[in-house]
Design a protein around this ligand. Structure first.
Ligand SMILES: Cc1ncc(C[n+]2csc(CCOP(=O)(O)OP(=O)(O)O)c2C)c(N)n1
Length: 361
């Protein structure tokens, strides 16, 4: 119903809740229990606290490069909440809210960003693939997993995430084309946060929307307000249902904004003006859902503060455990490429080892 009514070729965008947390399309409201909604909100809040504290640790020199999620929490949590735990999730690197909602342990997540690949070894029942660093490659993995599900006669689907920049990669095209031709049970989520590092969305595709690209592949596409968790959830739920019942893949463009930097190695003041950021702060997905929950008497400001405090303590103690686990040995970086180090890798390793001992590390 959502995909049919909101045709991306007509420039339509699905929105159910406005910026003040009010429901503007009651007729389109998805059916979410109060309990689930609170769980979704708490996960968004948790994600925000993790981002805030991790950025502090990074500035204190205790954490390596980190990719913050500020502003994208509804896109992440709203999409994954519409799947079930046996469905596969193939992620890029900016999907913290979705990882948390799916049950990825905080210790693992922080360990990964601390530079230890073992952080991405998820518990058996957490169907999340490791972070995929080559942009858009994860969509190929999602297409493969969905195809495997069909071959095995199962009804699990695979949800794959990509950024707006990632839609300009060949892997995006190959994955969507394969999925459409093979009618695989996939849901492709584009987190359109307007920038690929410093490249504006308008500089990397001339299409009016990313959602409309779906039409060319022969699958349904929709653009949703990515800061409106109800719109995000509703569209994903419909796409998941279609995929699970043999109706094939869909593409959902979540129109959102990256409030922070691309990563801690980036300085966004060099390529975007503050006024734009201030405008988007007013659309903050967390504030919006909080207002809605308070209006429904499901939440209070006091609870909010208490929850933030508890999450903060938890992040602090978990991060201390990660720090105490020690740094990964230098050898790991060079040993996991091939069965044996190549002569060039050996040269690089010796060079780095000599440098490390010259600075006493
Ligand atoms: C194949 C490939 N090319 C380049 C890079 C370097 N790189 C890392 S993140 C990034 C931008 C990604 O932008 P987008 O897909 O919009 O996701 P976002 O970071 O905004 O969430 C680039 C070019 C990479 N990781 N992989």
């Amino acid at each position: 119903m959502y995909f049919k009514s909101f045709n991306p070729l007509d420039g339509e965008q699905l929105q159910i809740m406005n910026e003040h947390g009010e429901i503007i399309r009651d007729d389109l409201m998805p059916d979410i229990s109060d309990e689930d909604l609170i769980e979704m909100y708490k996960t968004m809040l948790f994600s925000r606290v993790i981002d805030t504290k991790t950025l502090q640790y990074q500035r204190q020199g205790r954490m390596l490069t980190y990719a913050p999620n500020l502003g994208q929490e509804a896109t992440q949590v709203g999409t994954i909440a519409a799947t079930r735990s046996t469905d596969w999730m193939a992620s890029a690197f900016r999907e913290l809210g979705a990882w948390l909602y799916r049950g990825a342990p905080l210790y693992n997540i922080l360990l990964y960003w601390y530079g230890n690949e073992w952080g991405m070894h998820m518990p058996e029942d957490v169907k999340i693939l490791p972070v995929s660093v080559p942009i858009a490659s994860q969509l190929q993995h999602a297409a493969g997993l969905a195809y495997a599900s069909v071959l095995k006669g199962e009804d699990d689907i695979a949800i794959g995430y990509v950024g707006d920049g990632g839609t300009s990669q060949g892997d995006f095209h190959e994955a969507l084309n394969f999925a459409a031709v093979m009618n695989t049970p996939n849901v492709f989520i584009v987190q359109n946060n307007q920038y690929a590092i410093s490249t504006k969305r308008s500089q990397q595709t001339n299409a009016a929307t990313i959602a409309q690209k779906a039409i060319a592949y022969g699958m349904p596409g929709i653009q949703v307000d990515g800061n409106d968790i109800f719109a995000v959830y509703a569209a994903t739920e419909e796409a998941v249902k279609r995929a699970r019942s043999g109706g094939g893949p869909s593409l959902i463009e979540c129109y959102t904004y990256r409030l922070g930097a691309h990563t801690t190695a980036d300085d966004p003041t060099k390529y975007r003006d503050n006024e734009e950021v201030e405008q988007w702060k007013k659309k903050d997905p967390i504030d919006r859902l909080k207002k809605h929950l308070i209006m429904k008497n499901l939440w209070t400001e006091e609870k909010d503060l208490e929850q933030i405090e508890n999450y903060g303590q938890y992040v602090k103690s978990t991060f201390e455990k990660v720090e105490n686990s020690g740094l990964v040995p230098l050898e790991d970086v060079f040993d996991y490429h091939y069965e044996k180090r190549t002569p060039e890798l050996e040269r690089q390793y010796q060079e780095r080892k000599a440098y490390n001992s010259s600075i006493g590390s």
